[in-house]
Design a binder for this molecule. Structure first.
Ligand code: NOJ
Length: 565
C-alpha cells in the first residue's frame, strides 16, 4: 500500500484576509497566522493551506495576482513568510500555498505588455481573439458566459481585440498552449518550493484548456455558462504532467488541484490516480450542493438530500478506493458555511459534531476551513452593500436586472450562496470585532460572535471545537490510527434516507460510523455487527444493547464492532 506524509496529515485552510489581524489595519496577515500556529497545533492540525498572499489589486481577494514573487503589503513581506514557514515546521506543521495558474491580474506586467500591441513578445501569454461582425456590429468571439457572470471575453480598446477571462474582467486567462507561459509558471513553482513550502493547492487547474471557439447553441441566456467549454479537456493533462515532472515530483511535494467542472471519476483519476503522475489529490465539489438550495426562497426550508449525499460519497470513496487518495472537506472560501447549509442551528452542537464525524472518519486527508471547528454560520446580509465578493454582487445584479426578481428575494438567494459567508472574520472571542482585530475589519464580523467563538469552546469538553480535536487525536495518535487513515471504506444501508452509516476496516479493527441527518429520534439496529466499544460520540446516542442504538436528532457515533457470527 502506498503511504505518503500527506495521507497522514490533518489539514486546515486559512483565508488570510480573515484569520487574524496582527497590525491593526482590519485585514488578516502573515504575522497573525504566525501568532495562531500554537492554536492550530492544539487542534491537531499539521498541514495548512494558506490562500493567495501575493501582490494583488484584490479584485478577487488575491486570486488576481500582480506579482507571483512578492507578498502583498497588506499581508506582510517575504521575511514574514520565511518566519512563518520556519515556525510552522518547528511545530511539525507543513505549509501549502495557492498556485494560481489559469490567470493573472490585468495589472501583471505580462498582461500590460501583452495588451500593448499585437506584436509584443508577451502577446501570446494570453488568449486573444478578434470579435465577430454581426450586422455591422462587433460582438464577442463566442457567446460563452464566465463564472462571475457576463461574457467570458473582454474587449480591449488598446489593440481592438478581445481577451478571454473565465472569472473577472481583471483576471485575463493565461494561454497554456504557449511554452513560455508554461516555463514561466514552472519557475514560479520552483521558486516557492525553494523558499521552503511543502506544496501547493492549485487553483482552477481543470480550466487550462479551452474547446474550439464556437457559440453555444439554443440558449435562453445571452452569455450561457457551459463550463465544459473550459473544463477537464484532454490537453490539461499534458500541462499538469509537465508541472509534475518539473516541479512536483523532484520536490516530493503535495500538489492538490481544484478540479471543478463536474469531473467524472475517470477524469479525476487521470489527475490524481496513484499512477497518474500529475497531482496528489483533487478537490471536487459534488457533495457541496446536495440539498434543495436552488429551489427554495427561504433558508429555513433548506433540507439535505441524504440519498444524494450518500451517492456522492459512494461514488468518490469507492472510485478512489485502491486507485488514489481524496481530500475530505466540507468547505472552502467559496462555499456557504456548513452550519447554515447542512447543519441545524436549533441542534447547534449535535449537528456540528455529527457533520464533522461523518466527513472526517472517511478515508482521505481532512481539510477543515477556518471557523468550521467552532460552527461559524452564514452572515445575515441585509443589503447588497454588505457583499464584498465580486461574484455575489454580479449574481445579485443578474437576478434583479436580467431575471427581474424582486430585490429582497434576490438578496436572500444571493446571500444563501454567497462566498462572503465563509470570509467574515474568524471569531476568536467575544471582544469587539470578535478578537480578530482591534479596528473595524474589511468585512463585517458575524453578529453572533458573542455566542460562537473559539474562547468559549476551547476549554469546553462538550464543544464542537473539542469534538474536532478528539476526531483528529483519534486519527493521529490512537490505536485506530492505521484503520482510520488506511482502512477500507464501505457504505452500509444505502436505502436508509435518514442515516449515513459506513464501515472502516483493516486487519486489526472494524469501526462503524453512524450518523443521523435528521431531527427525528431513530432506532438503529446493527444486524451483522456487535458493539465492542464506543470510540467517540456526540453524546446524542444511547446504546440500548449490543446491537441496538437510539439516535437523538443529529446523533452520531463511532463504534468498534465485531462481526455477529
Ligand atoms: C477558485 C478559487 O477558489 C476562487 O476563490 C477564485 O475566485 C477562482 N478560483 C479564480 O481564481
Amino acid at each position: 500500500m502506498m503511504k505518503k506524509w500527506w495521507m497522514e496529515s490533518v489539514g486546515y485552510q486559512i483565508y488570510p484576509k480573515s484569520f487574524y489581524d496582527s497590525n491593526r489595519d482590519g485585514i488578516g496577515d502573515l504575522k497573525g497566522i504566525i501568532k495562531k500556529l500554537p492554536y492550530l497545533s492544539k487542534l491537531g492540525i499539521n498541514l495548512i493551506w494558506i490562500g493567495p498572499v501575493y501582490d494583488s489589486p484584490m479584485d478577487d481577494n488575491g486570486y488576481d495576482v500582480r506579482d507571483f514573487y512578492k507578498i502583498d503589503k497588506t499581508f506582510g513581506d517575504i521575511n514574514d513568510m520565511k518566519v512563518l514557514i520556519e515556525k510552522a515546521h518547528v511545530l511539525d506543521i507543513k505549509i501549502i500555498l495557492d498556485y494560481v495558474l489559469n490567470h493573472t491580474s490585468d495589472e501583471h506586467p505580462w498582461f500590460i505588455e501583452s495588451r500593448s500591441s499585437k506584436n509584443n513578445k508577451y502577446r501570446d501569454y494570453y488568449i486573444w481573439q478578434e470579435g465577430k461582425l454581426i450586422n455591422d456590429k462587433m460582438v464577442e468571439p463566442t457567446n460563452w458566459g464566465s463564472f462571475f457572470g457576463g461574457s467570458c471575453w473582454q474587449y480591449d480598446d488598446i489593440s481592438h481585440s478581445y481577451y478571454m477571462k473565465i472569472f473577472s474582467n481583471k483576471m485575463p486567462d493565461l494561454n497554456w498552449k504557449n511554452p513560455n507561459v508554461r516555463a514561466s509558471m514552472v519557475e514560479v513553482g520552483k521558486w516557492w518550493l525553494n523558499l521552503g513550502i511543502d506544496g501547493f493547492r492549485i487553483d482552477a487547474v481543470s480550466h487550462l484548456e479551452r474547446a474550439s471557439f464556437e457559440d453555444i447553441e439554443n440558449s435562453q441566456e445571452k452569455y450561457p455558462l457551459d463550463w465544459h467549454k473550459f473544463s477537464n479537456l484532454p490537453k490539461v493533462h499534458d500541462y499538469v504532467k509537465e508541472l509534475n515532472q518539473k516541479v512536483f515530483s523532484p520536490n516530493n511535494c503535495l500538489a492538490i488541484g481544484e478540479v471543478g467542472g463536474e469531473p467524472t471519476i475517470e477524469s479525476a483519476l487521470s489527475y490524481a490516480g496513484f499512477d497518474a503522475n500529475e497531482l496528489s489529490m483533487v478537490f471536487f465539489f459534488d457533495h457541496n450542493w446536495c440539498n434543495n438550495i436552488f429551489e427554495i426562497e427561504d433558508p429555513k426550508d433548506l433540507k439535505i438530500d441524504v440519498i444524494k449525499l450518500k451517492q456522492v460519497f459512494l461514488k468518490w470513496q469507492v472510485g478512489f478506493s485502491d486507485k488514489g487518495w481524496l481530500p475530505l472537506n466540507w468547505l472552502n472560501h467559496d462555499q456557504p458555511r456548513l452550519m447554515s447549509h447542512y447543519g441545524k442551528l436549533k441542534y447547534f452542537k449535535a449537528s456540528g459534531k455529527m457533520l464533522a464525524t461523518l466527513m472526517y472518519m472517511m478515508r482521505g486527508t481532512p481539510f477543515v476551513y477556518q471557523g468550521e471547528e467552532i460552527g461559524m454560520t452564514n452572515y445575515p446580509f441585509s443589503k447588497v452593500e454588505d457583499f464584498n465578493d465580486i461574484s455575489s454582487i454580479h449574481y445579485y445584479q443578474y437576478l434583479v436586472n436580467e431575471k427581474k426578481e424582486d430585490q429582497s428575494k434576490a438578496l436572500i438567494k444571493a446571500s444563501m450562496k454567497s462566498r462572503d459567508n465563509a470570509r467574515t472574520p474568524m471569531q476568536w472571542n467575544d471582544h469587539k470585532f470578535s478578537g480578530f482585530s482591534e479596528v473595524d475589519p474589511w468585512l463585517n464580523v458575524n453578529p453572533n460572535y458573542k455566542e460562537i467563538n473559539v474562547a468559549s469552546q476551547i476549554n469546553d469538553n462538550d464543544s464542537i471545537w473539542t469534538h474536532y480535536q478528539n476526531l483528529f487525536a483519534l486519527r493521529k495518535s490512537s490505536k485506530y490510527r492505521e484503520t482510520i487513515i488506511y482502512g477500507t471504506w464501505e457504505l452500509i444501508d444505502f436505502e436508509n434516507d435518514k442515516i449515513i452509516a459506513y464501515l472502516r476496516n483493516d486487519q486489526n479493527y472494524s469501526l462503524l460510523i453512524i450518523n443521523n441527518l435528521t431531527e427525528e429520534i431513530l432506532n438503529y439496529e446493527l444486524r451483522s455487527y456487535l458493539i465492542e466499544t464506543v470510540v467517540l460520540s456526540n453524546n446524542e446516542v444511547q446504546v440500548m444493547n449490543e446491537n441496538v442504538l437510539s439516535l437523538k436528532p443529529y446523533g452520531s457515533i463511532v463504534l468498534e464492532v465485531k462481526e455477529n457470527l
